[in-house]
Write a protein that binds this ligand. Structure first.
Ligand SMILES: [Zn+2]
Length: 310
């Protein structure tokens, strides 16, 4: 159990979007307790606010994206993973384009940015959603479930015929130090044939060997090689941590994923919020409005409260 945290100062970075190829800047700003993670876009003369919440997710093929308040932001998952991994609960993220810069394809540049800004505790306890009974979603051979556990952790398995991957399983016991050393550096990856097909369809325009590990028939195209032998499964965990930010609060449970991806991760978040009999909230502020308000995160996230209560 811990207090909520935000940034000590404002900080900016820029780069290109992986799919749009457009240059984009993001500015991370401190936010008050119970704000959550909220994207901000200048619309005319006013700021529009888009909270990171499952109800704002829009279906996309290859990344996680949210839409609302007159704008959308895609490829948010690596930045969200860095914030969740470092326990930054409240932050405004001003965006200048509809995609978060891909940087080096991992969460490490965002981790360095956040560390440079500094992290400070706030005068409010962080609520935790503690899983009391298993919840599972499946799609063919893909599955992801969350089970009761005394501490948050993730076990992920992937299977590809490629000799550099085959079967990889990794267990991540969620902590700031483990996130920094085991997960943050793992880069996104793709297969050469798929990457070429994407480019032909006008997607992945910002993808280069500087931000994507590209696998050829029996090897890796990148001269620099891998950062970890099992960088692929570590990156899947990074994606999952980012996608779970759509829950709107921290979780306590054991997530077990097999051949999963963004769509299934976010379906599990939806299923969790639809089954409030299978979890309890710890550290939620007591209020007079009953169960609905118990799940209330902030004025920016009323829909999460409604979903959790329904
Ligand atoms: Zn990713």
């Amino acid at each position: 159990m811990r207090n909520q945290q935000t940034l000590a100062s404002t900080i900016t970075c820029s780069g290109v979007g992986l799919h749009s190829g457009q240059s984009a800047a993001i500015t991370l700003r401190p936010a008050p307790p119970d704000t959550g993670v909220v994207f901000v876009s200048r619309q005319g003369n006013v700021d529009a606010y888009l909270p990171v919440s499952i109800e704002h997710r829009i279906p996309t093929e290859l990344c996680t994206a949210i839409s609302g308040s007159g704008f959308q932001v895609q490829t948010i998952e690596h930045l969200l993973a860095a914030l969740a991994g470092l326990h930054v609960d409240n932050v405004f993220i001003n965006v200048t384009a509809s995609e978060v810069p891909v940087m080096d394809g991992s969460a490490a540049p965002f981790v360095r940015l956040i560390q440079a800004a500094g992290i400070v505790p706030q005068d409010r306890k962080q609520p935790f959603l503690k899983i009391m009974a298993p919840i599972e979603v499946t799609e063919g051979a893909k599955q992801v479930r969350i089970e009761p556990s005394p501490t948050p952790c993730v076990t992920y398995s992937i299977h590809y015929e490629h000799p550099f991957i085959k079967t990889q399983t990794y267990q991540y016991d969620c902590s700031v130090s483990a996130f920094e050393s085991e997960i943050a550096e793992a880069r996104t990856f793709g297969f050469l044939q798929e990457v070429q097909a994407l480019w032909a369809r006008g997607l992945g325009k910002g993808g280069t060997l500087d931000n994507t590990v590209v696998l050829s028939g029996d090897g890796i195209v990148n001269d620099s090689g891998l950062r970890f032998d099992n960088e692929f499964v570590r990156h899947k965990i990074l994606d999952l941590i980012g996608d779970f930010s759509l829950l709107g609060m921290s979780f306590i449970g054991h997530i077990i994923a097999n051949r999963s991806g963004h769509a299934l991760h976010t379906r599990l978040v939806q299923q969790i919020l639809k089954q409030p009999d299978k979890w309890v909230l710890l550290n939620a502020e007591p209020t007079v409005e009953g169960a609905r308000a118990t799940a209330h995160r902030s004025r920016f996230q009323p829909a999460v409260a409604l979903q959790a209560a329904s």
